[in-house]
Design a protein around this ligand. Structure first.
Ligand code: ATR
Length: 271
């Protein structure tokens, strides 16, 4: 019988993860099935236990359960501990192991797919919520010249920077503090694009040849990417690559096999 995996979220109906993992399984010959499971917001833990009893081997976790998943785990990878959130669960010998592949997915998409090195570059990370937190440690591992976290609520960005201060040159501030600064890579980890909004960035934040990256994705440009394009930025990417890469990293955690992501990303872009 095929090994069972799933993604838990709420809502979960539009998740692309089942399609992505089905393509990975087909490509690698791994015998798995992967489904989307809606967990009620007040009973995530019970939903996970039910899946374990039904023979589940592992699961992804998405909004709004990543922090709760962290608390549910018996053990954590270093990167999950740093992020304080878990997106990948493995069920092994009655224990729940937690990992976080979001940061690795982002960095892999930027560095390998988009040929955008982070090392010795100036990086601006917009937002200081869960998505930003998941990316900070992994980006600092690439040894940027500077990682500035800017957030609507400046104090949250400062706290986040403090949390990662041992790992590299990271600082936190509000958007207005960015006046006069420019960056090689600007990553939007706010949820502003969801409401069609753009963080208020001072002019000149994008250096010539900068990459504008939105962790969100959708049909056409997100609000952030449309804004960057208007400012003359022509290196733009949405978060679909990150989605596929974090899935590939989770697949590797579970199966020990690394799928080729390029054809899967192509298939999703065409769909
Ligand atoms: P996620 O897990 O997606 O990161 P979150 O933890 O709720 O979600 O964080 C949302 C982030 O988007 C926060 O940084 C939030 O800013 P605040 O901390 O000031 O609330 C940011 N955000 C949401 N809407 C925004 C908007 N319209 N403009 C700028 N930032 C916004």
């Amino acid at each position: 019988m095929a090994d069972r995996y799933c993604v838990f979220g709420n809502p979960i109906g539009h998740s692309k993860s089942p399609a992505i993992h089905a393509l990975f399984a087909q490509q690698t010959g791994e015998d798995i099935v992967y489904e989307a499971r809606l967990a009620p917001t007040d009973s995530f833990a019970a939903s996970v236990r039910e899946f374990v009893v039904a023979g589940g081997r592992g699961a992804n976790v998405t909004v709004p359960f990543k922090e709760e998943a962290f608390r549910l785990c018996d053990a954590h990878s270093d990167r999950a501990t740093l992020a304080g959130a878990v997106n990948t669960l493995s069920f092994v010998d009655g224990r729940i192991l937690g990992d976080n592949t979001d940061g690795a997915g982002l960095v892999r998409d930027l560095v390998f797919n988009l040929k955008t090195p982070l090392s010795a570059r100036r990086i601006l990370l917009l937002g200081a919520g869960g998505a930003a937190r998941g990316a900070t440690g992994t980006m600092l591992e690439r040894e940027p010249a500077a990682l500035v976290i800017a957030n609507r609520t400046a104090a949250k960005a400062e706290d986040l920077a403090l949390h990662f201060a041992d790992l590299g040159p990271v600082s936190g501030c509000g958007f207005a503090d960015l006046i006069g600064e420019s960056f090689d890579v600007v990553v939007n980890a706010t949820s502003a694009s969801l409401g069609g909004e753009v963080p208020p960035l001072p002019e000149g934040v994008f250096s010539p040849d900068a990459m504008a990256y939105d962790m969100m994705y959708g049909k056409g440009d997100t609000a952030f990417l449309a804004h960057a394009r208007q400012l003359g930025v022509d290196r733009l990417a949405d978060g679909l690559g990150m989605l596929v890469e974090q899935a590939a990293e989770a697949f590797f955690v579970w199966r020990g096999v690394r799928p080729d992501t390029a054809p899967v990303l192509d298939a999703l872009r065409r769909a």
